[in-house]
Design a protein around this ligand. Structure first.
Ligand code: ADP
Ligand code: ZN
Length: 743
């Protein structure tokens, strides 16, 4: 009997079998999308294989495929095989993993999809809406800017919605309202998106430094010989790693092969993207989350067809359908954003090595602060190390780092502890010299906690076991940073109803306002999630780059790889917040943050200066960061990890449970931990179950247990037995293989 195994987009099991009718037999093939019945729905699945075999379900339950959508496989064989491996590695339903590789338009629910629409080759473009005034007179009084908009249209003639958007802040809703009233007419035209975009000015490649040349030769040599080797490009900040990626991508293109370049957060790295554009012109597709589905689809198509061969983007770009993949580069490979924390919990760095290996491609992981995981791969001989020990422009030395012991120094003139006297003096100096400063603080909002003056209760989120943060902008509100719950501060203490709450500690918002008061002539900007979500952050950075900002204060967003030549002072206001996280990677993450943010200072001709404020000046992460001693830190931290039996000296999997009902979540965690224990292979330890450090999140109680083993094999087998057990339907269970977030 002809059966097809189909990966369907449901969070269950692996693949499902369908019978293939004679009318479809010719056209069903691996990698093609098919419409198939699933429960009472019809879904769009991807065929994994077709063959003559005995059905694995009773005949009366076996359903038939409804239709074949693609004459050609929607995913290239190399990518499909890789996705199956990803599903295996993370013990995830293959149907869900395949969704990672299909843009929304390609995977839209089949219920709403005619076969016609699902067909590839249909031009999907950008929707251009042109608005013109009808001339009709309004029958009711128009509110807001509506009369102005109509007057403008009458005067200026038809306008596109985008043009109107530049003049009227809420053009879209205004136009929708006026269209309903018959006062404007909207024509909608779909224009095919030109993935080649606007032409860009090409750059002039610099002459490589000797260290860069050696790295480029090692990489391009492997490309030329089609030798699928993987490298760790370990180069200090501003050592010219990006130049190495550019040369490698260029060679891959010359050889007729494609490339993928992953960057941590694309919205924060527009400069990097611009450099790729300037070198490679229209041959690259940039994939990012702020893109419309249509744009993304156009990019996807141009990659799939081979018209464009380079994909640049955040972690999900790893699943781009690049043809004949020759190279995968991961910039800032240590960055936490490469791990996806929901759905398919994959790590793009680990999976990049896998995809490259399977595709016969070269993989380059680059960082100024390599992860312990990658260094350990070097030690095992699985990665070859390439080093760029100095900054590319010989004039720029690494900045001098001074530690400010917060236990010993007093607050500066403003009375704020985190603006210490030492930092204050440095800010004055930078301002006087017309140079720029960056201040980094791990906390957004005004004050990280609110304490009742009367009973001492800390204001907590009603849904989560975390403290509420005071935000001043947009009204005095106490906000949960985990679930976005907020309430007015005027409600006072939730326990004793006392009205006075004491603001404890400082966030970026307070620092910004203190700086404004202390340095009235300075131009101050803030960069954190509250002021700059997504593309807006680029506007803030653009102002800094133009020299319109003297002091930039912000969260992690300021630590990313910005190249801002006039920044000479970097202040880390409080290094302790990151150090004290209940996570065995806290020291590693803090160290990365410190070195990365310090690397923002003195990148060009001007010498840089860094101040790190802390109450733990003797902590290894601080001491090694002060000395720019990445090697030293890694050596010490690897030793500590080995002693404690943590990765990279062991493998972990976290099994998480959450439920509205605390007892239920705990009972299931205990029951499944017993099952794991009974099934556990030799060498597998089970730690817990225990409540998660954040014991309650979004009104759900959280428990977990941890599996630890030296080898992946036995760990995997034990996990499979956990996965096979049934779980109470009121409890959610999630398996996180190689967990990064221990909270
Ligand atoms: P990284 O990626 O290691 O942080 P970049 O590639 O951004 O470093 O390089 C830092 C600066 O040095 C950039 O402004 C870049 O244009 C410049 N640069 C890189 N390589 C060279 C070179 N070989 N000669 C001169 N300048 C270079
Ligand atoms: Zn909350």
């Amino acid at each position: 009997m002809l059966l097809a195994r189909v990966a369907v987009p449901v969070p269950l099991g692996q693949a499902f079998s369908y019978s293939v009718g004679p009318e479809l037999a010719e056209r069903v093939r691996r990698g093609a999308r098919v419409l198939c019945p699933f429960g009472r729905r019809r879904v769009l699945g991807v065929v994994l294989d077709v063959g003559d075999r005995e059905p694995d379900v009773p005949l009366e339950k076996l359903k038939a495929l409804t239709a074949v959508v693609d004459p050609e496989p929607v995913l290239p064989e190399e990518l499909l095989g890789f996705l199956q491996e990803v599903a295996r590695y993370y013990l995830c339903p293959v149907g869900e993993v395949i969704q990672l590789a299909l843009p929304a338009v390609e995977r839209s629910a089949a219920e709403n999809l005619s076969l016609e629409e699902a067909l590839p080759g249909k031009v999907v473009g950008r929707l251009v809406q042109t608005v013109k005034a009808t001339g009709l007179e309004p029958t009711e009084k128009l509110r807001g800017r509506a009369p102005e908009l109509i007057a403008y249209l009458r005067e200026a003639g038809p306008q596109t919605l985008a043009e109107l958007g530049e003049r009227f802040s809420s053009a879209r809703s205004l136009v929708a309202r006026l269209e309903k009233l018959g006062l404007v007419e909207v024509t909608r035209v779909e224009v095919s998106v030109d993935p080649y975009r606007e032409p860009v000015e090409r750059d002039q490649p610099p002459e490589l430094t000797p260290a860069q040349s050696a790295a480029v030769e090692a990489i391009t040599g492997c490309l030329d010989r089609r030798e699928p080797r993987s490298f760790l490009l370990d180069g200090v900040t501003a050592s010219g790693k990006t130049e190495v990626y550019l040369r490698a991508v260029q060679r891959s293109l010359e050889l007729g092969r494609g490339a993928i370049v992953l960057v941590p957060e694309i919205a924060l790295t527009p400069q990097l993207v611009a450099r790729f554009r300037a070198r490679l012109g229209e041959r690259i597709a940039v994939l990012h989350s702020a893109q419309s589905d249509r744009d993304r689809h156009a990019m996807w198509r141009s990659l799939r067809s081979g018209a464009v061969r380079v994909a640049v983007g955040a972690r999900s770009a790893l699943f781009a359908p690049v043809q004949d993949l020759g190279l995968v580069c991961i910039d800032e490979e240590h960055d936490g954003s490469f791990k996806q924390e929901d759905g398919v919990r994959y790590h793009a760095r680990d999976m990049a090595l896998l995809r490259a290996h399977r595709a016969g491609a070269v993989c380059v992981l680059g960082s100024a602060t390599p992860s312990l995981a990658s260094v350990s791969l070097v030690q095992q001989g699985k990665l070859e190390e390439l080093r760029l020990p100095a900054r590319a422009r010989s004039t720029s030395a690494l900045p001098e780092v001074e530690i400010v012991d917060l236990r010993r120094v007093g607050p500066g003139p403003g009375g704020e502890k985190l603006l210490s006297v030492a930092l204050y003096r440095e800010l004055e100096r930078a301002l006087a010299a017309r140079q720029q400063s960056i201040l980094f603080l791990n906390r957004r909002g005004f004050s990280p906690s609110l304490i009742c003056e009367e009973c001492g209760t800390i204001a907590e989120c009603p849904n989560c076991s975390v403290a509420l943060t005071l935000h001043r902008a947009g009204g005095e509100r106490a906000v949960c940073h985990y679930c976005d719950f907020s309430r007015s501060v005027r409600q006072g203490c939730a326990e004793c109803k006392n009205e006075r709450l004491i603001e404890e500690g400082s966030g970026t918002e307070r620092i910004e306002s203190m700086l404004g008061a202390e340095f009235p002539s300075a131009r101050i900007a803030r960069l954190d999630r509250d002021v700059a979500a997504g593309a807006k952050s680029e506007k803030v950075l653009e102002r800094v780059r133009r020299g319109d900002v003297d002091i930039l204060v912000g969260t992690q967003m300021v630590t990313k790889g910005h190249d801002l030549p006039n920044v000479t002072l970097v202040g880390v206001l409080n290094a302790d917040a990151a150090l004290s996280m209940p996570d065995f990677r806290a020291a590693e993450r803090s160290f990365h943050l410190l070195v990365q943010v310090a690397g923002r200072a003195g990148r060009a001709e001007l010498p840089g200066r860094v101040l790190i404020q802390t109450r733990q000046p003797e902590h290894p992460a601080i001491v090694f960061a002060q000395q720019h001693d990445v090697r030293g830190f890694i050596r010490a931290e690897l030793k500590a990890r080995e002693e404690l039996g943590y990765p990279p000296f062991s493998r972990l999997a976290l099994v998480r449970f959450d439920a509205v009902d605390e007892a239920r979540a705990r009972d299931e965690a205990e029951r499944l931990a017993r099952i794991a224990l009974r099934a556990s292979e030799p060498g597998v330890e089970i730690l817990g179950p225990a409540p998660a450090p954040i014991a309650r999140l979004r009104s759900r109680f959280r428990f977990r247990f941890l599996l630890r083993a030296r080898e992946r094999g036995p760990l995997r087998k034990t996990l499979l037995s956990v996965l096979r057990a049934s779980v109470n339907r009121h409890v959610r269970m999630a398996i996180d293989v190689d967990p990064m977030n221990m909270l």
